[in-house]
Design a protein around this ligand. Structure first.
Ligand SMILES: Cc1cc2nc3c(=O)[nH]c(=O)nc-3n(C[C@H](O)[C@H](O)[C@H](O)COP(=O)(O)OP(=O)(O)OC[C@H]3O[C@@H](n4cnc5c(N)ncnc54)[C@H](O)[C@@H]3O)c2cc1C
Length: 310
């Protein structure tokens, strides 16, 4: 029994989501291999070989894999899929783009967003925005899985010594072509990888106030900035800051929610955070039901005071 993890990488380094996916793969019980499908991706292959618990890294190098086009990456996975009992993707935008294609081509059911491996064929996954946990069992010969990375600790990124093999890269499928990419540039930690997140809600009232009140706190704590959907929909914060059921799922060491009521759709994205701090002027706000520390206060005075005290 061998599991294959599809690495999330930028051709030079391996992204943290890969490390959590390796932990899930190890829990499946057998050997763990990692596929780095990229272009000039030898450095990412070397980095993957350092991950503790990985026994083999396969680097597939081809210009067709330069831009992560889902059709080409899926073809690369399918080229070696028959060697594996489990194929695991991080439940990221990339992973979710490729995994269904692989599952469909293998004619198996995808097992989505797992948070626990009970046994090699039985997994837990949240449903109804995290309000219930389903236990799913699969009889498929190859289990194609996406892994909710917040459900698994990260494997150690260094200390391992896997062998590195190269595989022939697939030809371009010709079904899609890369046109361009607009990447948000920020000095802040990426939301899903941030150890601390400070998040603002509708209460901030405007984009200017959001920046004026929340940014100094994020700066002080070297934190990622998040927002509720109401704040995003109102234009107070950019779309990619949204935390929740239809935003990002995060589980930082510390999550500070200011002026966020704690609707279940927001909680679905952050309730696994290690320590939750809520600042809300309504003591009945549902956010306090998940908060480790709650401050009933006006955020426009409490947040600047916190910044001053830090
Ligand atoms: C299908 C679906 C998916 C959704 N997905 C998401 C999602 O991914 N993420 C998400 O966040 N939401 C999501 N929502 C929306 C969600 O239901 C809530 O509407 C939203 O989270 C509310 O945002 P909020 O807490 O900022 O605003 P509100 O609910 O309006 O809460 C504002 C809070 O600020 C407090 N407040 C006001 N003034 C102050 C002040 N001066 N100081 C301190 N506190 C103050 C109030 O007491 C209140 O608790 C989804 C909804 C649906 C139906």
């Amino acid at each position: 029994m061998t599991a294959l993890v599809i690495a999330e990488h930028d051709h030079a380094t391996v992204k943290p989501a890969t490390l959590n996916t390796v932990t899930a793969a190890l829990a499946c019980g057998g050997d763990v291999h990692v596929l780095v499908a990229g272009a000039n991706a030898a450095e990412a292959g070397k980095a993957a070989a350092q991950i503790v618990g990985v026994s083999k890294v396969i680097v597939a190098d081809s210009p067709s894999l330069a831009e992560n086009l889902a059709e080409n990456v899926a073809a690369q996975v399918l080229a070696i899929a028959s060697n594996y009992s489990h194929i695991l993707f991080p439940s990221t935008a990339n992973g979710k783009n490729v995994a269904p294609r692989v599952a469909a081509k293998l004619d198996v059911a995808q097992i989505s967003d797992i948070t626990k491996v009970e046994s090699p064929d039985t997994f837990e996954r949240p449903i109804y925005a995290g309000n219930a946990i389903a236990t799913v069992q699969s009889a498929d010969p190859i289990k194609v899985i996406t892994v909710r990375t917040t459900g698994f600790d990260a494997a150690a990124a260094t200390g391992g010594s896997a062998s590195v093999e190269t595989a022939e890269g697939v030809a371009d499928s010709g079904k899609s072509s890369f046109v361009g990419r607009e990447v948000t540039k920020s000095d802040r930690p990426e939301l899903t990888a941030a150890k601390i997140i400070v998040s603002g809600g509708r209460a901030l009232g405007s984009a200017e106030k959001f920046t004026e009140v929340m940014t100094p706190l994020a700066d002080k704590l070297n934190a990622g900035l998040g927002a509720s959907r109401a704040a995003v929909d109102a234009g107070y914060a950019p779309n990619d800051w949204q935390v929740g059921q239809t935003g990002k799922i995060v589980a930082p060491q510390l999550y500070i929610a200011a002026g966020i009521s704690g609707a279940i759709q927001h909680l679905a994205g952050m309730k696994d955070s290690k320590v939750i701090v809520a600042i809300n002027k309504d003591e009945e706000a549902p956010i306090f039901s998940v908060a480790d520390y709650g401050l009933v206060a006006d955020l426009f005075t409490a947040v600047p005071e916190l910044v001053k005290a830090l």
